[in-house]
Design a protein. Structure first.
Length: 379
């Protein structure tokens, strides 16, 4: 069972906005008072309040404060569950001898979402979502759920001036895999975003670079403003908005590329970056993070899983240093961009050589010989 989530932009009208804001505020209030309740019960009587006790008291709270009737009861329960989770994490870490921070009261800027854990919402179409106690809100569902997906929870999240719906869902494991008619190895890199064993290169999109330089400029402006001024606050919001744009653009790019690969190939082999991270120095590890390769490979893995295709991570040992044609070792530095084999005299782009090695390792892990996966014999 694979658990995933998609994030969609919401377009609430004024009435919706009021309800979203007031729900968020009531949730925050509930969180803080439930936290206070736990703290004082402990201080006064060394009594440990449980989730169930707090959930049972919701009925009374609604009698005294009828505005809480305006919030879906599961949303309120989820607030208390969140608090309970934070406490459990705190005690668990305490037990392990760490020095965890005690669960904190949440200020306005530290409480940004609430969640419908099981029910109370449904999509009416790609454009409309019905949410209990809030209304029917316009949504941009720009991506379809994978086949067989079971929708689980809905989280409504505020990011600066926008609201998003984050829908988590499960896809059951598929036992029937498609037969492998073609296969590809992928080398993720610094020059190109990715290089494929059939020689194709996937470049980093230009718009990302443009937004990134805008971000750098906005950060410069922000750092020049005096602390505590309105202008500084405004500059900070601008930085946050551009940052959000970059995150969204990157995610869209990763979704598009991974979708293309899974649609096109039956077997996709890539380097297991967890191992790679341990092997390389800090600087490269940083750029790995920057390029969001880990997330990219995750996208490939789950899209392949739900399509019944094969995604295989291989240990990166030797993928860049060995000759993909004859297996001879051809030592090179990071700066050597071309693979020149002294033994078989093949000359290849460094990353293409690596991606071919990755493909070979991937197919051998599956127990296939090159002949069984047609694209593996590329010569
Ligand atoms: Zn060679």
């Amino acid at each position: 069972m694979l658990r995933l989530s998609y994030k969609f932009r919401l377009y609430p009208n004024k009435t919706h906005l009021q309800k979203l804001e007031s729900t968020l505020e009531l949730c925050r209030e509930l969180y803080n008072s439930a936290l206070l309740h736990r703290i004082s019960a402990w201080q006064k009587a060394r009594y440990h309040v449980t989730y169930t006790e707090q959930a049972n008291s919701l009925v009374e709270i609604k009698q005294v404060r009828p505005e809480f009737e305006e919030v879906h009861s599961q949303v309120l329960q989820d607030v208390l569950r969140r608090l309970d989770k934070n406490f459990r994490a705190f005690f668990r870490r305490l037990k392990m001898g760490e020095k965890p921070g005690f669960p904190r009261f949440k200020g306005r800027n530290w409480y940004k979402s609430f969640c419908y854990p099981q029910s109370g919402w449904q999509f009416l179409s790609d454009r409309k979502i019905q949410i209990s106690k809030i209304g029917i809100i316009r949504v941009k569902r720009h991506r379809n759920f994978p086949e067989g997906a079971r929708l689980k929870t809905l989280t409504l999240k505020k990011e600066i001036d926008r609201w998003y719906a984050i829908v988590s869902f499960e896809i059951p494991d598929r036992k029937d895999k498609v037969p492998i008619r073609n296969a590809v190895g992928i080398d993720v890199g610094i020059d190109a975003f990715a290089t494929l064993s059939d020689g194709a290169k996937i470049e980093n999109p230009r718009y990302l670079g443009r937004t990134e330089s805008k971000l750098a400029e906005a950060q410069r402006v922000f750092s020049r403003k005096r602390k505590g001024t309105k202008a500084r606050e405004k500059a900070m919001v601008r930085v946050a908005k551009i940052h959000r744009k970059i995150v969204n653009q990157r995610r869209d790019f990763l979704h598009k590329v991974s979708r293309y690969l899974v649609d096109t190939y039956d077997l996709i082999a890539f380097e297991d970056l967890k191992i790679k991270n341990m092997m390389q120095n800090g600087n490269l590890a940083k750029s790995i993070g920057d390029c969001s390769w880990g997330r990219f490979l995750q996208y490939i893995a789950y899209k392949a899983e739900s399509a019944g295709k094969h995604a295989i991570g291989v240990a990166p040992r030797g993928t860049s240093q060995n000759c993909s044609n004859c297996g001879a070792r051809v030592p090179k530095l990071l700066s050597d961009r071309v693979h020149i084999c002294n033994k078989c005299h093949i000359v290849l782009d460094r990353d293409i050589n690596a991606s071919r090695n990755i493909l070979r390792l991937g197919t051998s892990l599956l127990g296939l010989s090159p002949g069984e996966a047609p694209c593996v014999s590329w010569e």
